[in-house]
Design a binder for this molecule. Structure first.
Ligand SMILES: [Ca+2]
Ligand SMILES: [Ca+2]
Ligand SMILES: [Ca+2]
Ligand SMILES: [Ca+2]
Ligand SMILES: [Zn+2]
Length: 432
């Protein structure tokens, strides 16, 4: 996405806020009032130690679709709805001067010429949310109903309202390049989003997309990250230098929700990525969400094959850090983070009995490529297993899998078939 230079002044100073559903606290603010210092200590406690990827708080415990008892590293489905005009939205005490006006978001979006009529901006919201599904195990589903009860405390119910309810009212007026709020969101299990409808900021397509995507990041448990250099969606100032979640953002989402294949930690739940004879398949959006995750993949049956697999850790180094105790990126400690150096990856090729290891590649350390070449597999198939060791954090990876017919054994089989056919012909002749 090409940066929109004329917006730069506004972008650099338009701060977004996240508030906890339970404590109603603002997570990050540039000027560090007392309420925000309390909140930022909560963030700091969750992120002790050196700067790592993303800034991850707890994910959802319960959703309308999945029910309760959800655990970290497992996929979720989140429904989203747009609250009708007139839906109550309380003022949050932490944002100075926020109105307690009822929602007028539908009118605001309908009147924003660049966002199109309602069916168009609804599609824009869905697309913006779907950016988080580019690997992480999150599925966003539109809930057409919303009963208009108070935004914030009411949980999602199928057919009634979404897990993530999107509304808007006058938060603190138009940004005007003055470090004001353009939107805020509630952490899980809140998830609701409030857009400042007294603020011109969100009326253009590029900004609206990333405002929705950024607030959805808070709604799935992501805090702000530093520095503000327009490379990460969860930076506290919105950017239009890109569209949607970037690698750091996705790593955070993987941590909470695994990848779209979870739970594939057992042979019986092995993922079918469509590996087939005479094809090469590349899968680029996978992750080990912790150092105990195993990812199993199914190999095809019915043919004698030779299997080759290449496994690469994904990403490139970048600068990352968490906000200061005051919630600001100014003065925040940052460090280079290399997303390929989290876990030392290994490939195991497992036979159809799901127990016998046919081949293993563990020839390189952190950041290295692993590969196996021309491994003979039986007609009964088998499994590829990816595991890692190292930090208890997310290692995103890419898998390339090639299967070809096994030439030597295929030839032997052909000879055997001819021999059997010859015997049959001879017997038929004898019978005749
Ligand atoms: Ca504002
Ligand atoms: Ca995984
Ligand atoms: Ca897994
Ligand atoms: Ca390795
Ligand atoms: Zn934010």
């Amino acid at each position: 996405m090409t940066p929109v230079g004329t917006f730069a002044g506004i972008i650099a100073t338009a701060f977004l806020f996240a508030a906890s559903a339970r404590a109603q606290v603002v997570v990050c603010h540039a000027d560090g009032t007392s309420a925000e210092r309390v909140a930022s200590q909560i963030v700091a406690a969750a992120n002790a130690g050196p700067p790592q990827a993303a800034n991850v708080s707890s994910g959802w415990d319960q959703t309308a679709t999945d029910g309760s008892g959800l655990v970290r590293g497992m996929p979720i489905t989140l429904t989203w709805s747009v609250v009708p005009n007139g839906t109550p939205i309380n003022a949050t005490a932490e944002i100075s001067g926020e109105s307690s006006d009822n929602s007028n978001l539908v009118t605001y979006l309908n009147e924003a010429a660049e966002l199109g009529p309602q069916n168009v901006w609804q599609d824009t919201i869905q697309t913006a949310l779907d950016g988080w599904s580019n690997g992480p195990g999150i599925t966003f589903v539109y809930e057409p109903n919303d009963d208009g009860v108070l935004l914030g405390p009411n949980p999602g119910v199928l057919g009634v309202r979404g897990d993530i309810r999107i509304g808007g009212h006058d938060i603190d007026g138009d940004d005007g390049g003055d470090s004001k709020v353009v939107a805020y969101a509630f952490f899980p299990d809140g998830g609701d989003i409030v857009i400042d409808t007294a603020d011109f900021f969100s009326t253009t397509l590029f900004r609206f997309r990333n405002v929705i995507a950024h607030e959805a990041g808070h709604a799935i448990g992501m805090g702000h990250v530093c520095p503000i250099n327009q490379t990460k969606l969860m930076e506290p100032a919105i950017s239009t230098s890109f569209n949607g979640p970037q690698i750091d953002d996705l790593l955070g989402a993987h941590r909470n929700y695994g990848d779209l294949n979870e739970d594939n930690g057992l042979f019986s739940n092995a993922s079918d990525e469509g590996f087939a004879v005479d094809t090469t398949v590349n899968v680029n959006d996978l992750a080990l969400d912790d150092d105990g995750d195993e990812d199993w993949f199914l190999l095809p049956t019915g043919t004698l094959t030779e299997l080759s697999v290449t496994l690469n850790p994904a990403g490139a180094p970048y600068i990352v850090g968490n906000p200061t105790a005051g919630g600001s990126c100014t003065g925040a400690s940052t460090a280079t983070f290399d997303p390929t150096l989290v876990q030392d990856l290994r490939i195991d090729i497992i036979d159809f009995d799901h127990q016998t290891t046919v081949a293993t590649s563990q020839s390189t350390g952190l950041g290295g490529t692993e590969s196996v070449t021309d491994i003979r597999m039986s007609k009964l198939g088998g499994f590829i297993r990816v595991v890692g060791a190292g930090d208890d954090d997310v290692q995103r990876y890419e898998l390339e899998v090639t299967l070809v017919p096994e030439p030597a054994r295929a030839l032997l089989t052909a000879i055997a078939v001819i021999a059997i056919a010859t015997i049959h012909q001879r017997r038929r002749r004898q019978a005749a």
